[in-house]
Design a binder for this molecule. Structure first.
Ligand code: GYE
Length: 322
């Protein structure tokens, strides 16, 4: 993976530091794009603001970097920045979240997760769980969304909207917690006051919001778990960070669908391919896992494809890189 003879300057516009996932992705970038590996990484933290990311791209262009890597906070609003980069002859690689553009030629490649599939797998698990445990009646759902307009929010939310319609689940409220723990807690507290015993399931679009939601439940004297008829509330989450998996093992999170933040190495391979004049795929998806401690559901099916559900263990938790 080490470059020979030439040092490449990579400008990386990161979204911010809102979650365990985000911190891990920053570490993965810094570890991979190191001086020892032949890179000069210019890391810019966008502090959750698109305008900061747009400014960073402009600075990277002024500095004449070799590559621009962008993790876009939301999907829209990138056309002019990416056009400027293109006119300057600097390839742009999008990571993690996606951009929506009329002209797809404004970036070279994208690398990340299939957020819609993650959501579909989570919903397929819930459907199977409700059938298996015979608790399918009157399912009120509190939906705690990620940053509005981000790919991770869009894919995971659309999956839930479609599944709710198909299965007759009742989404009591969809509200954003911006992928942040404190906000997850805040919105859960407010929803618990309003909907009290109608909430059976809380669908959280990332682990950090789930940690906040679980705090809110515990402070209200409610147990997170799978015994819905016994008054427990079932928490669904995404990312599968180490703490998320610990909670899954303890049953506080019923199912945690993985989202892999360690994109540094795959991104470096992609850049080396470009350096070597190879053509690269435009869209590059990761394979991801799904974890639970509930043994009756060992696989879920989405669009005729079967995906295993891993029963979380100490070993899996120990091996987690984030
Ligand atoms: O799920 C969340 C983070 O874009 C996939 O952003 C990423 C999401 C991730 O803050 O924890």
């Amino acid at each position: 993976m080490v470059l020979r003879g030439k040092q490449l300057t990579v400008g990386f516009s990161q979204i911010g530091a809102e979650s365990d996932w985000r911190l891990a992705s920053s570490v993965s970038m810094e570890d991979t794009f190191s001086i020892d590996n032949g890179y000069n990484l210019i890391f810019d933290n966008g502090q959750q603001k698109q305008e900061n990311q747009i400014k960073a791209i402009r600075e990277f262009i002024d500095q004449g970097v070799d590559y621009i890597v962008l993790d876009p906070i939301v999907e829209t609003g990138w056309t002019s920045s990416l056009r400027e980069a293109k006119e300057a002859g600097i390839p742009v690689i999008i990571v993690d979240r996606e951009v929506r553009l009329d002209d797809e030629d404004l970036y070279t490649a994208w690398l990340g997760s299939d957020f819609r599939l993650e959501g579909d797998r989570a919903c397929a698990w819930l459907k199977d769980f409700l059938q298996e445990s015979r608790q399918g009646e009157d399912i009120g759902i509190l939906h705690v969304q990620g940053t509005p307009g981000s790919s991770a929010q869009i894919g995971r939310s659309e999956a839930l909207f479609d599944a709710a319609e198909a299965n007759g689940w009742n989404i009591l409220q969809s509200v954003s917690g911006d992928f942040v723990q404190a906000k997850g807690k805040e919105v859960a507290e407010a929803a618990l006051r309003e909907y009290a015993d109608r909430i059976k399931v809380i669908y959280c679009e990332n682990d950090n919001m789930a940690y906040g939601v679980i705090e809110a439940l515990q402070e209200a004297g409610i147990r997170p778990g799978t015994n819905l008829s016994g008054g427990e509330i079932l928490v669904i989450s995404f990312d599968s960070a180490r703490k998320g998996l610990e909670y899954t093992m303890e049953g506080k999170i019923a199912v945690d669908t993985e989202c892999n933040p360690m994109y540094g190495p795959a991104l470096s391979r992609l850049i080396l391919d470009l350096e070597n004049g190879k053509t690269v795929e435009k869209k590059n998806y990761y394979d991801e896992e799904q974890f639970s401690a509930y043994e009756p559901v060992l696989a879920v099916t989405v669009e005729q494809k079967e995906y295993p559900v891993m029963i979380v263990s100490e070993d899996i938790i120990r091996e987690r890189a984030y």
